[in-house]
Write a protein that binds this ligand. Sequence first.
Ligand SMILES: *Cc1c(COP(=O)(O)O)cnc(C)c1O
Length: 477
Amino acid sequence: MTSKLIIERSTEGHLATSIPALDVPEKPLSELIPPKYLRDEEPRLPQVSEPELVRHYIGLSAKNHHVDKDLYPLGSCTMKYNPKINDWTASAFSEIHPYQPEQVSQGMLQIYFELEQQLCAITGMDAFTLQPAAGSQGELVGVLLMKKYHEMQGNVKDTILIPEAAHGTNPASVAMAGYKVVEIKSDSEGLVDLVDFESKINDSTAGFMLTNPNTLGLFEKNIEKIAALIHDVDGLMYMDGANMNAMLGIARPADLGFDITHLNLHKTFSTPHGGGGPGAGPIGVVEKLIKFLPSPRVKQVNEQYELVFDLPHSIGRVHGFYGNFGILIRAWTYIRMLGADGLKEISKVAIINANYLMHKLKDVFELAYDKTCMHEFVLSAQKQKKQGVNALQIAKRLLDFGFHSPTMYFPLIVKEALMIEPTESETKETLDRFVEVMTRIAREVETDPDILNTAPHTTPVGRVDETRANRILNVRW
Ligand SMILES: *Cc1c(COP(=O)(O)O)cnc(C)c1O
């Protein structure tokens, strides 16, 4: 693939557009635009034909790794295939304007309404809001709901419990909402340590924020007991639903004792993600929290859909309009295409795929917790580290074989973690190819460590300073 910059493709006079000839009298620009706004020089824009323009963008898309290219086993992120029909339905709504009156936005409101109903059915919750733009924003909104609940109950509470294996956004959201974080240890099985947990619950406990299955890919089997203990002190149970891909049609958060849950629609319900969004992190709540949900809410009144703003107990608005509509349509399409049976099948296959990979790889790398996993599992490259190659080098080497790396160095409680989530959308042949490559890399650690230390060798850029690249973003050439 040529890596020419678009400016190098430019040839004077080449155009990718054809604009119809002017059929009104021509006026000088200075009559149309006040001269002070006119630029002195023409902008230096590339001049390219349409095929050259297309090649430029296709070339760019091929430089990065993406799910449409090959396996993207980034644990916790659920990088599954995104069916193209989702984009087709979303594009059907692309002309709609958020300021259109409700009478001519009924289709849009109906999608909101139906998606909320679908998510209620999937999670067992009593109501949903679609407004939060990401899982992390859902967490913040969820904690604000907890806060409002406790205020209304007259409860004085200032702490939220979080397991030490939690995703970094969990403590961040809790702190942003003004609560103190109390960390709960994991036990030898990788689950919430009940002894530590019980010792830390008291009257100041506002709630517990837990990922289930947890970030080690393990189901919290004591969840009902945990929920009962939290409810005993009038605390609330928040489920980080990022791992819902393992539970669709199998278990519902509300039945497990959770009061609030977010769903990452861009993960479980298939929207292209990575690179910063857009996403959607709707939250669902049980009956007693409905009145606090953000405004507006979608209601169905006499066969018509409307947005209701008059909600005296609501925590207020958390997003412009009603959330990221394009993502919501994609999730609605995905759920409608699959139906209840299809959704259940997704989780079953996601679990089988993860266990298949785990069994094939557990003798090649160390397995952090040797138990049946849910939709993901965590390997440790500690053995390889002792031989001089760490998880990062292994991840970089994977790129040479056309695979994205697993999630690295998370959860923090596993040293040299490689967290692998294959998702349901991969074939056995692809999983076997991944096993072959991982096995080959493990062999290289022993025989040719240099090749790992200098990897990747086949990508347009090799090692970049990732911290700098994140902080000082340069999006121009
Ligand atoms: C992805 C993820 C989040 C955050 O969700 P975003 O949609 O990226 O904000 C929170 N917790 C877990 C376990 C996750 O995997």
